[in-house]
Design a binder for this molecule. Structure first.
Ligand code: NAD
Length: 352
């Protein structure tokens, strides 16, 4: 079928992918970037690993910031910006998951410093120009190409250390990026191709975690495609729901995504038949809603939002927060009653 008219913006980022790439190629990438005074950002938990990786170019690391917190509270962003100024940093090296990358982005947003990202989860933030900051209970996101890392070094040896539960939830979060790309506000045929291949690689890799030694590389490849697809297509209903829930009720980001995704696909399916077909084909199943749910359950993800801390009497507040931000071009118009039904099912954890 000939594509309808579309626009697609490919973003300028250099990507280096391979087992051992962080050990073998990071120093050359720092040189290539011309950085002399890096601010290293990592969590305390990843610090030993990060220090091992920077050992060959430790003389170019002018400071380290480890006070990373999920969803980048504004106070953390301000501390990190001060750390960059104190170190007279000319670039930021972030080694870690989406929270670490998000902290680097908060610095880049106000300073314009280039980021070299070494992801250790499947969050995908490293290939998006999307930043997020949390003030009080409200998370604000925005898009600015200045926060897009200039270089990303993907190394499946780093993600392989994730505990299975985190790997599963993080991989399913990447799956959410792919699925949402089919109806994101800027959906286009290029993002859809990347998203379909991402769904295939993620599903295949996630099913093999703990059994197949190549599985982490396949999941990481899928996570990269997911991030690029999501950047191109933009976010939609699913991300509006997850950002509102994460910001207002402090729910775990990746698990929230994994739980909500099949419910959003089920709600949007009647208005997005092509997406349904392509996701089903990529998953290798007939019913992609059941396929996504089965994949998540097989990976030990909790069934419902009630299992990750959301209280049933918080659902009305959730509906009030989300209803005004439901995208106008969502494949299926969703009023507050339909939204409440979706959230109730996601909370309970059963099929719709
Ligand atoms: P995270 O970065 O918060 O990491 C979760 C935990 O896992 C941390 O304690 C971390 O130290 C640990 N960890 C990281 N890598 C590990 C490894 N290899 N082995 C063992 N432990 C490891 O979680 P996340 O899911 O990667 O990122 C979530 C955050 O990223 C959210 O704030 C989300 O909003 C943001 N995000 C942003 C975008 C974007 O485009 N801006 C995209 C995706 C996610």
């Amino acid at each position: 079928m000939a594509p309808a008219a579309f626009s697609y913006e490919s973003l300028p980022a250099r990507v280096v992918f391979g087992a051992g790439a962080a050990r073998r190629r990071l120093a050359a990438e720092v040189d290539r970037l011309g950085a002399q005074r890096l601010l290293l950002i990592c969590t305390d938990g990843r610090r030993a690993q990060a220090e091992e990786l920077i050992a060959p170019f430790a003389d170019k690391v002018a400071g380290t910031f480890t006070a990373v917190r999920m969803h980048v509270p504004i106070e953390v962003a301000e501390q990190a910006r001060k750390a960059a100024t104190a170190a007279e940093a000319d670039a930021i090296l972030c080694i870690g998951g989406g929270s670490t990358t998000g902290t680097a982005k908060a610095i880049a947003l106000t300073s314009g410093l280039p980021i070299l990202a070494v992801p250790t989860t499947y969050a995908g933030s490293e290939v998006t120009p999307v930043w997020g900051l949390t003030e009080g209970a409200r998370k604000t996101t925005g898009t600015d190409v200045v926060v897009l890392p200039r270089v990303v070094v993907y190394d499946p040896e780093l993600t392989a250390s994730m505990p299975t539960e985190l790997a599963a939830a993080s991989g399913l979060n990447a799956m959410a990026h792919c699925v949402e790309s089919f109806w994101g506000t800027r959906r286009n045929p290029i993002s859809s191709v990347l998203a379909a291949e991402g769904v295939r690689a993620l599903a295949n890799g996630l099913r093999g975690l703990g059994k197949d030694p190549d599985a982490p590389a396949e999941v990481l490849y899928g996570a990269y495609l997911a991030g690029v697809a999501f950047s191109g297509a933009g976010s939609g209903l699913h991300h509006k729901i997850c950002h509102a829930l994460g910001g207002a009720f402090d729910l775990p980001h990746a698990q929230t995504h994994a739980i909500v995704l099949p419910h959003v696909l089920a709600a949007n399916a009647p208005g997005a038949p092509e997406a349904v077909d392509r996701i089903a084909a990529a998953l290798g199943v007939e019913d992609p809603v059941a396929g996504l749910r089965e994949l998540a359950r097989g990976l030990g993800v909790p069934a419902g939002l009630r299992d990750v801390g959301l209280l049933e009497d918080q659902l009305d507040e959730a509906v009030a927060l989300i209803a005004p931000v439901v995208p106008l071009d969502n494949p299926v118009p969703l009023d507050a009653v339909a939204l409440r039904a979706l959230l109730q099912a996601a909370w309970a954890g059963g099929p719709e």
